[in-house]
Ligand binder design. Structure first.
Ligand SMILES: Nc1ncnc2c1ncn2[C@@H]1O[C@H](COP(=O)(O)OP(=O)(O)OP(=O)(O)O)[C@@H](O)[C@H]1O
Length: 493
């Protein structure tokens, strides 16, 4: 085993009303991938922010290469050899790959002039050594998220980084991109780098990580070799209890047809027809680029359509914009939580009731008591981790922000609820809570459309599955007949 490069001991961090970290230890060796695991709000991101100087720790020690460190910003940490690759990548879209890599650290020639050729060549060499097929002068905005991640990793390697922290790196990647990322991570291990890997996809932990450190409610729970852990043990350490029946699907008899879409076509989807009944979950499966989100946004009035019809409860509708769709009874829960899901500077209560002002308004005035009660009820039901409903949503952990978006969707009480990647970034325990809420929605007679890239989730929670590929419908499968193979066969047919 390699030398210990990074050693965090007893790290504590408190925010008003929240003890985010309470004596956390983490030890990472060179040439290993250490998983950092825990439920939403367990403190993983806060720990990494304390490490890289974004936050100052209240107590505890952090040693890097044997020396106590106290960075005051992420740049210092990066210069010293600790890089963090965030979910929201930090590259400048209009600039080229090599310009981003050397931004603020431009190489100069003997005359003191910026040496473009040298920066270009070094970038090309590094990308080649990583087997990444990219040109140094491509613009970042032309690259996929996966390619941008590769640029971030190339940058870290060119800076001779020792520790690379990856925060949910596979969240926005396709399956084949995940395979390439894992190849690169194995390569980082061979290069004797230390990797800290944060993910809620537990199968990845077993595939790519050597050891795992588990946090719960800001406390250090334990550290184990992955080869000595079972899936169930890992979950119990994270959640603090056994978690049985991950997909609590209940068979229910669907009611009458609520939504009926016929021959819908626009720039994104072609000739799509389907129905959803009351109390039914229609899963929508497909690869990235299948047109799933575009179909949802068309029904939600974000994209217009010129051909086809949409009927709700037997009445033809034509949503012109999202408010029109909501008025008609269609609600779309976005996959993009930071983009259009939440107003981050508003508090939890304000976000939850944002699309449902009618429920909390009487004679033109907001009923503050009612508003608060609704929000508190959702916070309790969905176990949203927040000191109160008055906390700004930007201070919530990623997974808890996602729960607020779902609460907002539920409060708007639609007839048709479209959930786009409802459990992305959500921990195993909270995933199950969301599935239980989906059951609740079915019992209330809602028609649910669930778009998901997680095949087990689609298979585990849908009554029927519609398969899309490149904007076209490739077929439907009932719950009984659907398997992963059959879905893939239809996609590729
Ligand atoms: N700036 C802040 N102000 C107040 N509270 C905060 C702040 N940052 C984080 N917290 C709180 O600290 C706790 C830990 O959050 P953190 O983001 O570290 O969790 P996480 O384990 O990364 O979760 P996730 O898996 O959902 O990303 C949460 O309760 C969160 O709401």
């Amino acid at each position: 085993m390699g030398e210990v490069v990074l050693k965090l001991k007893g790290v504590c961090k408190e925010f008003p009303g929240v003890k985010a970290l309470d004596g956390v230890d983490l030890e990472v060796r060179e040439g290993e991938v250490m998983a950092l695991l825990g439920e939403n709000g367990a403190g993983k991101s806060t720990l990494m922010k304390c490490l890289t100087g974004v936050y100052q720790r209240d107590a505890g020690s952090i040693q890097f290469k044997g020396k106590e460190i106290n960075y005051t910003n992420a740049r210092q940490a990066q210069d010293d050899g600790i890089s963090i690759i965030h979910q929201e990548l930090n590259l400048i879209p209009k600039m080229k790959v090599y310009e981003n890599i050397f931004l603020g650290r431009e190489l100069k020639n003997k005359m003191g002039k910026i040496d473009i050729k040298q920066m270009y060549n070094k970038t090309a060499e590094m990308l080649k050594s990583m087997n990444v097929d990219l040109k140094p002068d491509q613009k970042i905005c032309e690259l996929s998220v996966a390619q941008q991640q590769m640029v971030e990793i190339a940058k870290a390697l060119l800076l001779d980084t020792k520790v690379i922290v990856m925060d949910e790196p596979t969240d926005a990647l396709t399956d084949s991109e995940v395979v390439s990322l894992f190849k690169i991570i194995n390569d980082l291990r061979d290069r004797k780098k230390a990797v800290v890997y944060i993910s809620h996809r537990l199968e990845e932990i077993f595939e790519i990580c050597d050891r795992a450190t588990i946090l719960r409610d800001g406390a250090f729970i334990g550290e184990k070799k992955v080869s000595e852990l079972t899936y169930d043990e890992l979950i119990s350490m994270m959640v603090g209890r056994k978690l049985e029946n991950q997909f609590p699907y209940e068979a229910m008899k669907p009611g009458k047809t609520v939504l009926s879409v016929k021959n819908l076509s626009n720039d994104y989807v072609h000739d799509i027809s389907f129905d959803v009944k009351a109390g039914e979950v229609l899963g929508v499966a497909g690869l990235v680029g299948a047109g799933r989100t575009e179909l949802a946004k068309t029904l939600y009035g974000v994209f217009h359509y010129d051909k086809g019809t949409v009927e709700l409860d037997g009445q033809q509708i034509h949503p012109k914009n999202p408010s029109d769709a909501i008025r008609n009874g269609i609600y779309y829960m976005t996959e993009d939580r930071k983009g259009d899901g939440l107003v981050l500077i508003m508090n939890v209560k304000e976000n939850i009731s944002l699309s449902s002002s009618d429920k909390i308004t009487s004679s033109g005035h907001i009923n503050e008591k009612k508003d608060r009660e609704y929000a508190e009820d959702y916070v309790k039901k969905m176990r949203i981790k927040t000191p109160s409903v008055f906390q700004k949503t930007r201070n919530l952990s990623g997974g808890n922000q996602q729960k607020v978006i779902l609460a907002k969707a539920m409060m708007s009480d639609p007839k048709v609820l479209i959930l786009d990647e409802p459990t992305r970034g959500i921990d195993v325990g909270a995933k199950k809570e969301i599935y239980l809420l989906i059951n609740e929605l079915r019992r209330q007679g809602k028609a649910v459309i669930m778009i998901s890239s997680e095949m087990p989730e689609i298979l585990g929670m849908s009554d029927r599955i519609m398969i899309l590929h490149e904007g076209q419908k490739k077929g439907e499968l009932s719950r009984e007949e659907a398997t992963q193979e059959k879905i893939m066969d239809k996609i590729l047919s």
